[in-house]
Design a protein around this ligand. Structure first.
Ligand code: ATP
Length: 757
């Protein structure tokens, strides 16, 4: 029997039970107190936090109070509080900070402090000292709090299994012990959606979660290495550490599709993250630019390629070109041209009546130089303000000079002209002239700026872009790198007005450079999952529009099924983000050793030189090949039932294309099987057999996967190898391959044959 299972025999067991009891009781007290007298408790907590800076990262009472989320929960959400009460902490460290007394710190999902003794009852997993738990080593250690280094001694780490508020067992861990909590977490997971992993975050994952928050990061991580999970934990850590200084609405996660947002939907609230923006690139761009587009299905092209086993794409591949930095350069030239056209309109000066108020050349200089850091139309708005101010100031001067001059002329006429009739006539003439000019000047001064600026018409981005892709002469001027034939091909491809995903970066970039991104869409921090499916220009456009490089990007080149239009290597991304820290993750936490062995065979066939994935030690059934010449509902049902009997809940039938998925779903449902075809708009339900086109399976995971290939086998092409690899790596526990032979899965006879075959 292992240590954890006999922990009730441990001399500390009773003490640990009492500690849990005490914690829960204290939580109840806080809950009651918070409801009784909110203000008084707040004050007390403020006082008591004053000396605990090194435990939480906060630098003020207010922050500490914010960090004590437990208290907030107590105030607002009884339900969440109950959830925390069921499992107040998952680990304990026995730690001595240099120069301080030894402490036992209990680590949980939220912090809780004693408001009289000032002692931490639970320390938040995101707090600096909790890093000691994740960092791995026992003995002398150091940790950082706001760039300052602290040192101390870590005597022991203990992990707890607590369920429904009851202590089941605990285990002391060091580097030599098998991480039981992790094993448990990996084998017992049967959720359709992703979950939080705070209790079992591994050292290399922790390094990414806590990597410098003011620097971009790029992670190349194997399938199932926890990229998505880590990105979400980093968001939680980021918001916790930034505290009130950061508005969560300015943080954006970009996910591949709506389905994926649903898939990760549970984790963020579990991690105390709220109000952040979760969207897709396409949705974000359309909102930020205010341009509504009917986009062609971005997977159509992929499906055409995989159905036809097309491997060699033309060298002038429009999708790829639209994602390149050369395309950005072409747009830059286009913007420059537009800028020059506008600049030439400044050749005229600003006048009121015959008085020159401002020189056009000065305004032109403002436009092209001083204000050049702003988007074009923002510059024009600023220039209008400059003109308005100047008109106001100068028109006052003009008026007072004119008034004075007329006064003088009238005075001279009165005193200098002897003939009364002539005097009267002259004076009247001056008065009439003055009375006519002055109001006119006043009137003109009100509208002079607007009248001058009228020549600068605002552009509409969509037609402006459409002109670029359809106007031969313009393209000749702006894309001299392309041959005549390439230019013609490009123009022909756009004869019909059709919008594709690849146009979004261009539209966003034009909008950003000409109109600027409105504040509510100006995210300060961006998290991108599946970043290998982005083009360099998509990333560059976003970076330019948001004017920040604060991106956390995670992806896997081995899963780059859209590489015909997106990234194939990381080096250009690192050039685009020169401040970025680059990390790699090689271990897979999702799949069993047996499944990973098969997936690694496909990985080894890829052109990219990616190292094989190391599965975390966890065994399962051998993947099974079931020979079947055509799709057979009964066979699928037998496998489905077998998997269910094995106790697994989330089960997917992965097909190569959408068409196959649609056909098979029909066949299954017609035979009374509860099958649901997944689409980008679906909501995830765990109860049925999910039929999933391979491209849509990316990012998701299932207890068991049945991979079917009949009509369209996986070809030995670049894209198909990746699609197949994605499909194989979705399975956590069981994998079945159903098809006429193993070749359709690019495998030779390495699989165990099913007894039923
Ligand atoms: N430290 C951990 N403790 C427990 N479970 C973990 C840990 N790390 C990852 N996992 C689990 O491994 C699975 C894979 O994680 P995740 O989906 O985040 O990986 P990924 O790298 O994004 O995968 P993919 O690239 O294939 O989409 C999830 O079930 C996650 O909960």
């Amino acid at each position: 029997m292992d240590e954890a299972n006999q922990s009730y025999l441990h001399p500390d067991f009773q003490k640990e039970v009492e500690r849990l009891q005490f914690t829960k009781q204290y939580m109840d007290e806080i809950l009651e107190a918070s409801q009784r007298d909110l203000r008084a408790v707040q004050e007390k907590i403020k006082e008591s936090m004053a000396n605990l800076e090194y435990i939480d990262s906060s630098d003020s009472y207010i922050n500490i109070l914010t960090n004590s989320r437990f208290f907030e929960l107590a105030l607002n959400q009884k339900e969440s509080l109950e959830a925390v009460k069921k499992k107040p902490y998952f680990a304990r460290i026995h730690f001595q900070r240099k120069g301080e007394a030894e402490e036992l710190l209990y680590i949980g999902k939220t912090s809780l402090f004693h408001n009289e003794t000032f002692e931490p009852i639970i320390v938040d997993w995101r707090s600096p000292v909790a890093n000691v738990y994740y960092d791995g080593r026992l003995g002398e250690i150091t940790y950082q709090v706001r760039d300052e280094e602290y040192s101390g001694h870590l005597f022991s780490k203990r992990q707890y299994k607590i369920e429904d508020g009851q202590l089941l067992s605990f285990q002391d861990v060091d580097l030599t012990t098998n991480d039981e909590l992790l094993q448990d977490a990996l084998s017992g997971k049967a959720d359709v959606r992703l979950t939080e992993i705070v209790a079992t975050i591994q050292k290399e994952q922790n390094e990414i979660i806590r990597a410098h928050l003011r620097q971009p990061i790029l992670v190349q991580g194997a399938a199932g290495s926890g990229k998505t999970t880590i990105a979400l934990h980093r968001i939680s850590y980021f918001l916790y550490t930034m505290g009130e200084h950061f508005n969560p609405e300015q943080l954006m996660i970009l996910a591949p599709n709506k389905l994926f947002i649903d898939y990760i939907g549970d984790v963020l609230p579990e991690l105390g993250v709220e109000h952040i923006c979760q969207t897709t690139y396409s949705e974000y761009v359309q909102k930020a630019t205010g341009i509504k587009l009917k986009l062609q299905n971005p997977n159509e092209q992929l499906e055409e390629l995989v159905e036809g086993a097309i491997d060699a794409l033309p060298s002038f591949n429009i999708s790829k070109i639209k994602g390149s930095l050369l395309y950005r350069d072409i747009l830059d030239r286009y913007i420059k041209l537009h800028e020059q056209n506008l600049a030439s309109l400044f050749d005229e000066d600003v006048y009121i009546e015959k008085y020159r108020i401002m020189r056009g050349s000065h305004l032109k200089k403002l436009f092209l130089t001083e204000f050049a850091y702003m988007p074009i139309e923002k510059r024009l708005e600023r220039i209008k303000k400059v003109v308005q101010t100047e008109v106001k100031r100068k028109s006052k001067a003009v008026l007072s000079t004119l008034n004075a001059r007329y006064e003088e002329m009238i005075g001279k006429a009165l005193s200098g002209l002897r003939d009364p009739e002539k005097r009267r006539q002259t004076v009247t003439k001056f008065i009439d002239e003055r009375d006519e000019r002055i109001p006119k000047i006043k009137e003109q001064s009100k509208s002079a700026a607007t009248a001058y600026m009228r020549r600068f018409e605002k552009v509409k981005i969509k037609p402006m872009y459409r002109k670029l892709v359809t106007d031969r002469l313009l393209l000749r001027e702006l894309a001299p790198e392309w041959t005549f034939e390439e230019q013609e091909k490009f123009i022909r491809a756009h004869a019909k007005e059709q919008w594709v995903l690849e146009d979004l970066a261009a539209l966003y970039y034009l909008h950003a450079k000409i109109k600027g991104i409105a504040d509510q869409f100006k995210m300060r921090v961006v998290f991108i999952d599946e970043v290998q499916d982005y083009s360099l220009f998509q990333l560059a456009a976003l970076k330019a529009g948001l004017e920040t490089d604060m991106f956390t990007m995670v992806g896997d080149l081995a899963q780059g099924i859209h590489s015909y239009r997106s990234l194939t290597e990381w080096s250009p991304v690192l050039e685009l983000f020169p401040r970025a820290n680059y990390f790699t993750l090689q271990k897979s936490y999702r799949t069993t050793i047996e499944i990973m062995e098969i997936a690694n065979k496909i990985l080894a066939k890829m052109d990219e030189d990616l190292p094989l994935v190391e599965p975390v030690v966890r065994h399962g059934n051998n993947p099974t090949f079931i020979k079947c010449n055509e799709f057979n509902v009964e066979r699928i049902q037998t496998i489905y039932n077998r998997i269910k009997q094995n106790g697994h809940k989330s089960i997917a039938l992965i097909c190569k294309t959408t068409k196959e998925a649609t056909d098979y779903t029909k066949l299954l449902t017609n035979s009374g099987i509860d099958a649901q075809m997944l689409s980008e708009e679906s909501e995830l339900k765990g109860s049925s057999l999910l039929v999933v086109p391979s491209h849509l399976a990316k990012g998701l995971e299932f207890d068991a996967v049945i991979l079917a290939a009949f009509d369209i086998p996986y070809f030995d092409t670049r894209i198909d190898r990746k699609l197949l690899y994605v499909a194989l790596t979705r399975a956590m526990h069981e994998l079945y391959l159903v098809g006429p032979n193993e070749d359709v899965f690019l495998l030779d006879s390495v699989l165990k044959m099913s007894e039923n075959s």
